[in-house]
Design a protein around this ligand. Sequence first.
Ligand SMILES: C[S@@+](CC[C@H](N)C(=O)[O-])C[C@H]1O[C@@H](n2cnc3c(N)ncnc32)[C@H](O)[C@@H]1O
Length: 329
Amino acid sequence: MKDPEGWFRAVYSDIPLTTQWDDGSHTGDGLGNTPSSSSSQPHMVFSMLKDLDVRGGHRVLEIGTGTGWNAGLLAHRLGEENLVSVEFDPVVAEGAAENLRHAGLSPRLVVGDGRKGHPEGAPYDRVIATCSVREVPGAWVEQTSTGGVVVAPWGTLYGGEAIVRLTVQGRTASGRFTRSSAFMRLRQQRADRPPHGAYLKGRKWPADGARSTTALSPADVGGWVEQFVIGLQMAGAFWTVERYGDGTYTLWTYSTDTLSWASADYEPGAASFDVVQSGPRRLWDETEAAYRWWEGRGRPGFDRFGLTVADGREQVWLDSPDHPVPAVG
Ligand SMILES: C[S@@+](CC[C@H](N)C(=O)[O-])C[C@H]1O[C@@H](n2cnc3c(N)ncnc32)[C@H](O)[C@@H]1O
């Protein structure tokens, strides 16, 4: 440790600390590296623990051991015999075991794919994931007792993410989103985003695209809640931004099947924006319809949305389970 005081200051700051980049294939010297393990932001860790609402005697399963900090907090609170924590990356898991040993704790640490939970230790009263998911793995619900709680960061492919707090009843789990979050994705649910070249296929823009204009600014769809809401309604869609250095940019939207794309050009202060769309899906029209749906309901924040997981099917709803968020397109 080159700078113990710097590390000490860092761990007592309310920031996330990346401890691994690119699944350990890189040392994290700056540009182009993707964080793949971290010590989460303390504020977020404590908010999620509040959502988890553990009581003495509870058995807890954690997915994503990382540094072992959250596992240590839970083991300290509940007794190390009541905590199981699963980490996919063996090197990260080894580091966590060492960190916990230094703190005088040795809870059950499992190296493996957290999607499977840890059936040997079930049933659990609480399950907490510290990596985000696009789909709640069925094993987490199955391994939680009725009345138990699953807390997990849940996000869409398009973007936007929030913590969901599900109460389990048999094979069904349902509950509301509690707060905005931005976790690293569970490794096996990372997005598969084909490259730009897979869409225009060597043709020059606008290729066969149909031109139109829109009054909805591409800048208006970029907020975290907006992305979440659009992502709920537009399955299999994602976006990138191409910036031109003068404040203008193109928002590109793509379908993962590589059949459809749309470009929407942003210009500061403009009232109308140029759009080009190609393929069987009209992706800008879908984006606009999804945004208008949200606008028409009073621009709800994350806490008005909820999720129900039943027999492997997921449904996000607004205000109550009988108001499912509809799909567009
Ligand atoms: C934000 S870090 C966890 C922070 C940790 N709870 C702490 O207190 O330091 C997310 C962790 O999830 C792990 N992870 C990703 N996919 C996983 C999977 N399928 N099963 C178990 N762990 C996984 C990553 O390797 C990473 O270490």
